[in-house]
Design a protein around this ligand. Sequence first.
Ligand code: SAM
Length: 287
Amino acid sequence: MRLQENKIHTGDCEIVLKDYPDDFFDLIVTSPPYADSRKNTYGGIPPNEYVEWFLKKSEQFLRVLKPTGTFILNIKEKVEKGERHTYVLELILALRQQGWLWTEEFIWHKKNCHPGKWPNRFRDAWERCLQFNKNRQFNMYQESVMVPMGQWAATRLKKLGKNDVVRFDSQVGSGFGKNIANWVGRDKAYPSNVLHLATETGNRNHSAAFPNALPEWFIKLFTLEGDWVLDPFVGSGTTCIVAQELGRNSVGIDVLPEYTDMAAEQLQPDEALLFDGKGTYETRRKK
Ligand SMILES: C[S@@+](CC[C@H](N)C(=O)[O-])C[C@H]1O[C@@H](n2cnc3c(N)ncnc32)[C@H](O)[C@@H]1O
């Protein structure tokens, strides 16, 4: 029998994380406050100060992440004076200077983004999910996020021409992934780096909550049961709630007690939800 732990701390993640040891977490998945957004709820950081603000926090993330771990950062640059601001691009460069590898970028396509009309652009239907790692070798469980092969297989794969079978082999060597013929008869394929997810937030009362499916996808891809997941800007607790459902241990941190209360309420303890009176909630479950 294993003990599953899920903790929620109230406080600034930069400070709370100082109590955690080096190389502790298998995955960090988070959506920080975007520059200058939601000033009235949890404060906005001016775009020009964003990188400096973030780097002090990511220094801790780098320290507490295992060498085999992954950091997923959901973020999107705002528009200022008619232009996309460059702070996300600057942040990527600065994180590389800090020691992170920028290994991949996933696009979260928001399938149901609300309709609207702007004079010089269309509605914004996607956000970045940037992937950073400490090393080129990191844990990744690709089979856990395979998708149904879908209808295209029925038509496209049935009509393979000679070129489909040999063309890619001759160009790229063994190329199992590129040789379409190798996929005949299979019912699952690896997904792309575009995630088509609706922005549903269940009944959580947070203005910028993740859909459950977003952290779920990354938790399945980068961790196993019993691994440790961190969301340092946990808001309404989505990452920790999903981590708990998937049998992972988790730590969530938020500066606002109304959010950590909300997050803790939704965790399912075996017995009681423990509260230390100083802003930390803890649940323990026997698995
Ligand atoms: C975009 S929201 C996260 C929403 C979350 N993904 C969810 O599903 O509810 C960002 C959160 O970061 C929190 N926050 C802002 N500054 C923080 C800090 N220094 N340390 C920890 N949390 C912080 C805010 O209170 C806010 O809830």
